[in-house]
Structures are given as structure tokens and as C-alpha cells.
Design a protein around this ligand. Sequence first.
Ligand code: CS2
Length: 493
Amino acid sequence: MDRLSPATLARLPAGIRIPDYDREAVATGIVHLGLGAFHRGHQAVYTDTLLKHDPRWGILGVSLRSPETRDALQPQGGLYSVTASDGETDQRRIIGALTGLAVAPENPAGLLARLADPAVRIVSTTVTEKGYGHDPATGALRADDPGIRHDVTNLTHPGSTLGFIVGGLRLRRQQGLPPFAVLACDNLPANGHTLRGLVIAFAELVDRDLATWITDTVRFPSTMVDRIVPATADADRADVGAALGLMDAWPVVTEPFSQWVIEDDFGGDRPAWDVAGAQFVQDVAPFELMKLRLLNGAHSTLAYLGYLMGCETVAAAMAEPDLAGLVEDMMREEVTSALPALGGFDVAAYRAALLQRFRNPALKHRTAQIAMDGSQKLPQRLLGTISDRLARGLPISRLALAVAGWMRYVSGTDENGRSIDLRDPLSAQLRALADDAGPVASRLAPALLSLRSVFGSDLPNDPRFSAAVEAALDQLFQLGTRLTVMQSRRSAR
Ligand code: CS2
């Protein structure tokens, strides 16, 4: 089968949208760090729509580690397909927004030079929760992280997200150029604000004047990003190839829904992503809390409890009536009331739409994928809601069960005695704690709660939380997940 590429675009079947602008005339105005499926199915799609109106914002897509994406997309001239499916109809389009592809470790100095290109005005990131070198419970820089330590003293050859951002800003300052804006697009609380704190803390370790210049001049708008984009599977490649009549080595398969809320704080000219449906607002925080706590909180709950119940995908977990019911009750009774009001916004409709999205049969979104990196995800997804509710004296039983689900998962063995492939930056530590405690809730729960970078120092000392989590974990060990979920629904009625 021939390859998707600029030369074969004209052979695509009718009904597939292709770039409606002159790709040759597109300039690179954005450097994006973290060229995963999410970026390609989200920001790059908005940008693809924008380019017809304003060709200044093409994207240099950078992988921070592996060459796989570059190797797949280079022979395609940066083109790839996005399929949005609701299980009944598939909408396909070809995205041309990537003007270049780079693999950072192959040529760090070359990437820094690109970051200092005057035409580049935005550096955006989707490097996942663990990519920022920070402590998820507090948002503080982990200055002792080996990658961060390396970059602080080798800023002409960095490897980390923060190293490239600070290294790029330093070069621009040296060359008398204005800075770029830094646009965080990961599921972190106050992502722009958090990244700003990290960039400045990193810069302070390098050069105080640089840190001051960054503090005074660089903008870090926060964003809320939302689209469910599972990792591409081989079956997707085969289906997409058949539909396109051309081989796309790295297609994106996603849902029709997409949302992007961006704080309008670029300090001047910025891409008019609103022509593609993004929303510019003064304050992203209420949107972000709603999304992180309702969508991602529910997602993680479905992932841990669903995995333990033998469900391979989110849709399969949603097909378990008790689990789906538990998650729905959690969202309605425990999460919504802890959210700030969002004037005129229909939260009930938002929740219903989320449950519908989770049921999308076209998305083979693996519970194991969402379960990854839990130590980095739990704080903003579940623990924030728990703290807010405890402060108001409100019950947290379903949220506590979700946290216990994570603990049961990181104990490393499933209910059939098979080992769980634990992927987490803290996996070695988690494994050691679990081995030491054994499958005993009264030992394992306190051991895991002592992880300050996850739980902070207040929550573990609140017996309303620690006792609830330990009791739920004990049930998971004694009864198994299915019965525990069933009982928790009964007892809540
Ligand atoms: C998911 C998210 O992998 C995960 O942890 O919860 O990536 C989720 O699909 C997106 O945030 C949806 O916008």
C-alpha cells in the first residue's frame, strides 16, 4: 500500500478533509514539546483549522525521547490522519499543521537554536504529568531529580522540558529577542501557573538575572485541554489504511468531542484558535477543576477498579453496572458539590455527556493506560476533592474507595495472582513498600499514605481519610473488587 504523503493526498477518497491552505506558505510559529497522540489529536487539529486564516502558526513537533513518531511521520511529510468516531460514524481528516519534526536528544543544540528563532512565539507542552520535574502534591521543583540536575549545569545540551524552555529563553535574552509564551497543555492543576513556578525556580538555579527577566517578561497562560485520545493500536493502523486507501504509519483515533479553554494572557498577538472552536477566557481555573476532577477523577477510578475487575477498556468498565453506578454517584454526590460555580454552566449535562463519552465503543481506551503514573495523577484528580470535602465535614466514601483501588493496583498482583505491569515514576518505591507490607491493608495503606510527594502532609494525618482508605483497601483484599464495588453501592443507598 502506498504511503500517505503530500504526493498522494489527491488520491484520498472524497469526504476526507485535507489541509485547505498552502502548506508551503506556512511558517513555524510554535515549537511543541511532547509529540504524542494527544497533541496530534487536539492542539494540532485546532491549529490545522487556523492555518487557512493565519499561516504564521505552523508547529515544529518535538519528541523528547524516542524517534518513533518522527520516523513514522517524516516519510509522510508530517501528514497524518485523525479519525473521530462515536461508534457509528467516522469523520476523518488529514492534518498538515506539523511543519517539522525533531527528536530532542539527537540534537539538543539544534533544538535550542529553533527555540531562539524570532518567528517562534509560543512553546507548548504535552509531556504528561511526570514530565515537569515537580512534586505533584506541592507543585515544587524537584531540584534533586537527576534530569534537572544535569540540565542546570548543561544548559547548552539539555534533555528535560524545563531545560529546553529555560535554555531557549536564555538564548533569546542573549540575542536581544522577546521571549516566547509558554503554553502548558497537560492535565495539571493551574498548569500555566504551575509551569511558571517551575521554570522560574529552575532558572534561579542557573542565573538569577535570567530568572528575573523570565518573571518580568514571559507569559504562561493556563489551559484546560480535553479530548479522549487513546494510544494508537495496530488495529487502528489497519482500519485507517483500509479507509484511506493509503498507509498512515501513525494515525490518531479519537472521539468527536474536543474542548480547549485558554487563558487569554499571551501579552500580545496570539493564534486565533477560537476560529477552530477554542475558548479564550480570563480565568481557566473553574473549567480546569471541573475537567480534572469530574473527567479525570472518574477516569482513574474506572481504570483502577475496572482493571482489577478484569475490564480491559473504559467502555468495558462502563458496561459493569455497579462500577458505572459507583462512578456516576461519586461524580454527582461527592465531586460536583466541591466544585466552584461556573455561571450558567449545566454541570448535570456535562456529567451525563462524560458518561456517554466513556461508553464510546469505538475507543479502545485501555484501563492500563490510564492507570499509569497514578502517583502523579491522584493529587489533582481525587485528593483535591477529598481535601475540599473534608474541610467542609462532608463524606468521602466513594473517593476513598477510588484511592484504595489505586493502592490495590500498585500492590502489584491482580486478583488472579498475576503480576501487574506497574508503570509509574515511583514504581521502584511503590513496589518496595508493597513487598514490605504484603497484601495487608493495615500495613499497606499507611505505608503508601506516607508518600509525601503524593499525599502531602495533612491528608494522611486526617483519620477520616486514612481510616476510610484503609477500610476500603481491606475490603478489596478480603472480598475482591467486584463485591466491594457492589457492597459500596448497596451501603450508600
Ligand atoms: C486520561 C486522560 O490517560 C489518562 O490518564 O485520563 O488522558 C484523558 O483521556 C484526557 O485527559 C481526556 O481529555
